[in-house]
Design a protein around this ligand. Structure first.
Ligand SMILES: [Zn+2]
Length: 480
């Protein structure tokens, strides 16, 4: 199958090119410059001497991208499908979650396998393969959450790397569940440094937070907003600094997940200025939602409970600035959907029992495009933070994250002029509310290809469960 995507503007991390894109099977065969108006180009049949793509057979299908952007498919490196949390599971399965991702122009996810205490990393990986393999609509990889640091676990990290999983997430939050001590973190970082692996950190001071939570509950303060008030931004800043120091001592790279607070951003910027291999991502919810949402009347705020919590609005400006200056290199979603009824409701009368997570895998490309519309991000930067850098950061480039000959034909045709309103009525995530209900967006996905297969086109889903393949990732291409 040969597809010609014709008439669009190809957007890459380095700029825009008026060019057609020829897809051959699962790969991009050629970019065809638009100053060539030969009938061969227009029909997808390059003349024998036409340069790139020359001598190829005619296209079986032409997708008209006139007036539209042609982007590398989005890469969301932080999702939680079917994740166990507090006695329940996040409600998107790999099947429903990757389908929703495709609808929103995301053609690769990297999800987290979660080591339970007392179990091995490889057994954990097997378990996550069993959940995902054969069920995904788009390609997928895994990170490993390390929650039980011991000699066996440390040894197994190298086996994970051999199995294509070379990024290990640890938690300075959630004592008694995922929490690791500074000593355990140091050991894991030293191990990672020996193999070139990446340590990812949930940086919040969980020990101090637990005291504030206990104080709030003892004082009868039980509403969802207390979730935000008991996890102050200073405790994210402190933990981020501490993680950076531990990584410096261990000579290990460090990737801060879901950075939400300006204090944490300042710590990352300082480390980067000093030449340390420290990277950070933020998420759309921290750019568009705030503590005000957590403070909505009644129990409504439970919809917005995630950790780190939504911050006061003033943090948003520094996050946008961080995206421009590359102190924030990646935007992921931390997609972790729990239904409002029955799941979020577990925390009625006790905010500390509200399952943590906000649905968003479907909306990342659209929400960040709003940053382009409002002038907070350039067009190439949008593509860079949503696709190209995630690919490089987690060893998928140039197979993913770029439109060039030889890369996987993961392509989004995006209509920058179309309008849409985000709503639970129209989204495809398997969750009973939208954190962005009623939000008007300029721009919309028109067509989505994954390895040359059309998944979404003209408002219809053509993908299939099981199309998505596991991605055996190389080491991060940013670590020297
Ligand atoms: Zn997460």
């Amino acid at each position: 199958m040969r597809i010609l995507i014709s008439g669009g503007t190809v957007v890459t991390a380095t700029g825009t090119i008026p060019a057609d894109v020829l897809v051959d099977g699962e790969k991009i065969a050629a970019l065809l410059a638009r100053d060539d108006d030969s009938p061969e180009r227009l029909s997808g049949t390059p003349a024998p001497d036409a340069g790139p793509g020359a001598g190829l057979a005619p296209a079986d299908r032409v997708i008209d991208a006139t007036g539209k952007y042609v982007l590398p498919g989005g890469i969301d490196v932080h999702t939680h499908m079917e994740m166990p949390f507090g006695g329940t599971f996040s409600v998107d399965t790999f099947e429903t979650g990757t389908r929703a991702a495709a609808w929103g122009g995301t053609t690769t996810i990297v999800d987290f396998a979660v080591q339970a205490k007392g179990t091995s990393l490889l057994a954990t990986l097997d378990k996550w393969h069993a959940k995902a393999d054969g069920n995904c609509a788009v390609d997928y990889g895994f990170h490993m959450i390390v929650s039980d640091v011991n000699e066996a676990t440390l040894k197994e990290m190298d086996s994970c790397i051999a199995a294509g999983v070379n990024s290990f997430k640890m938690f300075m939050a959630y004592p008694g569940v995922f929490y690791a001590t500074d000593g355990e973190i140091l050991l894991a970082m030293q191990q990672a440094a020996r193999s070139g692996a990446m340590v990812m950190m949930h940086a919040e001071n969980g020990i101090a937070i637990d005291q504030l939570v206990a104080q709030a509950l003892a004082a009868g303060r039980t509403d969802p907003v207390e979730h935000g008030l008991t996890r102050p931004p200073e405790l994210e800043g402190e933990a981020t600094s501490r993680a950076i120091t531990l990584a410096r001592v261990a000579h290990s790279p460090l990737y801060i997940v879901h950075l939400s607070a300006s204090q944490a951003l300042a710590a990352v910027a300082e480390a980067r200025d000093a030449g340390q291999n420290v990277f950070a991502e933020t998420c759309p919810q921290y750019l568009y939602l705030s503590l005000d949402d957590l403070a909505k009347p009644g129990f409504e705020g439970a919809k917005y409970v995630a950790s780190p919590p939504l911050r006061p609005k003033e943090h948003q400006d520094s996050l946008w600035r961080g995206l421009r200056t590359n102190d924030l290199s990646v935007v992921s979603t931390d997609h972790c959907p729990f239904c409002f009824s029955e799941q979020k409701e577990l925390g009625r009368g006790d905010f500390s029992r509200i399952p943590n997570g906000i649905p968003g895998v479907e909306h990342r490309m659209d929400l960040l495009h709003q940053g382009v519309v409002s002038g907070q991000l350039s067009l190439p930067r949008w593509v860079e933070v949503c696709s190209t850098t995630p690919a490089r950061m987690f060893g998928l480039y140039p197979r993913k994250g770029v439109i060039q000959a030889g890369s996987d034909a993961d392509i989004v045709v995006y209509d920058p002029a179309a309008g849409q309103t985000l709503s639970v009525e129209t989204h495809h995530m398997n969750v009973d509310y939208s954190a962005y209900e009623g939000l008007s967006i300029t721009g919309r996905v028109a067509t989505v290809l994954s390895r040359g297969q059309v998944l979404v086109d003209a408002g219809e889903f053509h993908g299939s469960t099981g199309h998505g393949r596991f991605l055996h990732r190389e080491l991060s291409q940013y670590v020297r």
